[in-house]
Design a protein around this ligand. Sequence first.
Ligand SMILES: [Zn+2]
Length: 117
Amino acid sequence: MPKLFQDRTQAALCPFCGVKILRPVEVEGGQWYDFAGGFCDCGAVFALDPTARNGGAAFLQALVMITDGDMDRAMGLSEGEDYDVGYVSHYDVEQHHVDPHAFGTLYFIRPRTGADG
Ligand SMILES: [Zn+2]
């Protein structure tokens, strides 16, 4: 028998600045935005893959979000030079927290200062 339900959940935090993020919402303003996402005050953007099966696409969306929807420019950026990447796995979008049993992944990208050249 499993033990009584334990609360092992925790808030979803931005991997760059450690601040609690807002719940992902539908992202408006771009044809590429299929996933819910959002923005952090530190400049990071994030996109949610709720199934853990669309990781590449969710990551790509986050990348396009930092270029304001410019896919060509997004494709020209390099990880570690123009932006940094972070992840929050086991994210439960329904309850908006991290749960060991949840499957969602948040893909974070933060553009580096001066990357916009
Ligand atoms: Zn942040």
